[in-house]
Design a binder for this molecule. Structure first.
Ligand SMILES: [Zn+2]
Length: 234
């Protein structure tokens, strides 16, 4: 990964090579005005949503007139900059080069529980004719497993317990508490619907451990949200 623009956002080198693609996983130093004021991106319209930890997906054909609610955005149009805000949750980008399309997804444990990334792959397939094995996926900065403790309620809420339990590691000496591998289970879900391992890239850091990120777990309610964005210039 590369940290750009005075450490304001991370980019994935393999995605940087894709012609006309614009993307970034923001640090706490990236603000909406940085994006709006950037000369190279003046033709883009920033689209953000009210995130509700759902499996609601929007296909954006034009910038919406009012703010939508949901947790995933897909577009096949140029000059639409999709954005997702996170602080410990996992931001996921999808890129298809033929046909051209991008998606930005917000995955916390609730979205993961609903199989959100799998539903995004399915939606890109049935609405835009994109094959899962042609998708390039980037998993952004999120809280790492050993920094993400959850209770029995979270673990037992997952469908297919036999598979899901692999991603919950019991906390030593703390009954009913587990360390949850949010990134691991999302990677598993992607592979399960036909995304290829060689096409999945990951920004490996921990938002809770690294101070350049906002962390809901570390900062509690005082925290802000990082802006993650992706779009196409043609
Ligand atoms: Zn950590």
């Amino acid at each position: 990964m590369t940290l750009n623009q005075k450490k304001k956002f991370n980019t994935v080198p393999q995605l940087e090579k894709i012609t006309s693609l614009v993307h970034g996983f923001g640090s706490r130093n990236l603000f909406e005005r940085d994006i709006l004021e950037k000369q190279e991106w003046k033709d883009f319209t920033l689209v953000s949503i009210k995130q509700i930890h759902s499996d609601t997906i929007h296909l954006i054909e034009a910038p919406p007139l009012k703010r939508l609610s949901g947790d995933a955005l897909i577009t096949d149009r140029p000059h639409v900059l999709l954005s997702i805000r996170t602080a410990d949750c996992l931001p996921v980008f999808f890129v298809s080069t033929n046909p051209k399309a991008v998606a930005a997804v917000h995955c916390g444990w609730r979205g993961t529980n609903k199989g959100l990334v799998q539903k995004v792959v399915e939606t890109m397939g049935c609405t835009l004719g994109i094959r899962p094995d042609s998708l390039v996926v980037a998993l952004g900065p999120s809280v790492k497993q050993m920094c993400y403790e959850v209770g029995d309620d979270v673990k037992s809420s997952f469908p297919n317990q036999k598979t899901a339990s692999r991603f919950f590691r019991p906390c030593p000496g703390r009954r009913g508490k587990y360390f949850f591998d949010l990134k691991g289970i999302n990677r598993f879900q992607l592979l399960d619907v036909g995304v290829e391992d060689k096409n999945i890239y990951s920004v490996d850091c921990c938002t809770r451990c690294e101070k350049k990120y906002f962390s809901y777990r570390r900062d509690k309610t005082e925290t802000g949200r990082m802006i993650n964005f992706i779009g196409m210039s043609s």
